[in-house]
Design a protein. Structure first.
Length: 245
């Protein structure tokens, strides 16, 4: 049985007195791709923010979060990042005036600071995964297309050699052709054994590249199961996600 990378129990999130996330349980095993799907406003981004310890002002969470066997619920974001949790946010948050190459190098800062000598090998791996980034390594991030910026955001996260890569709506705002490319990349990452928690509104695509899925609705997990099972259930796709196959 694969080692559990992330184990969440009774996790809830609040904004002041308003409950934004009902108590839920969730887990990600080593090398597994787990997706959390749901409509806009279901609480998907709130879940990721709670996991990273970065809820906005007046926001707080309760419950138990274990990462690689360590209890991190009371730890700050810097500690969680230091342990190997990495989030690619919906806004991507690149350094627009810096080159592609320098954005990637910043992703490896934690490894460099720890004295990991072969961290530069990861740069070659990222360029192999995203050949377009190598072609544009001297360009500033501001000059990239939407799809290229998403590739750069994921590549920068991978430079940290994360124990868990979390992706918040990676297909948001992208053209259909680029969306397909992004999900092909996630499939490639899956083959390398990277543990991924994928939060997505595009349910069919997310279920196709994941092993296990959770359906979130108004802050509550209403369904969960093997991704193939969820993807084949027409009633689920139509009733809860508003899409048909």
């Amino acid at each position: 049985m694969s080692e559990t990378v992330l184990a969440v129990e009774d996790l809830s999130a609040h904004y002041g007195q308003v409950m934004a996330l009902e108590p839920l349980a969730l887990s990600v095993a080593q090398g597994q791709v787990v997706t959390v799907i749901g409509a806009n406003g279901a609480g998907k981004s709130t879940l990721l923010n709670a996991l990273m310890g970065m809820l906005p002002q007046r926001g707080y969470s309760r419950g138990r979060i274990q990462f690689q066997g360590r209890d991190i619920q009371d730890r700050d974001i810097e500690h969680r990042v230091g342990l190997g949790m990495t989030l690619v946010p919906e806004q991507r948050e690149l350094f627009a005036s810096m080159s592609v190459h320098d954005n990637l190098l910043l992703g490896a800062f934690r490894l460099h600071r720890r004295g990991v000598r072969d961290w530069r090998n990861t740069l070659d791996e990222v360029y192999e995964l995203f050949p377009r980034l190598r072609e544009r390594e001297k360009q500033t991030a501001a000059t990239l297309s939407g799809g290229e910026r998403q590739m750069l955001a994921i590549g920068r996260a991978l430079m940290a050699r994360p124990g868990l890569l979390m992706l918040d709506e990676p297909s948001l705002g992208l053209a259909p052709r680029v969306v397909r490319e992004v999900f092909r990349t996630i499939e490639q990452l899956r083959e390398t054994g990277v543990s991924i928690l994928l939060v997505e509104q595009n349910a069919p695509a997310a279920l196709q590249v994941s092993d296990y899925g959770y359906v979130l609705e108004v802050g509550e997990v209403i369904l969960q199961g093997e991704s193939q099972t969820l993807a084949q259930d027409q009633r689920i796709m139509e009733s809860y996600l508003g899409v048909g196959q």
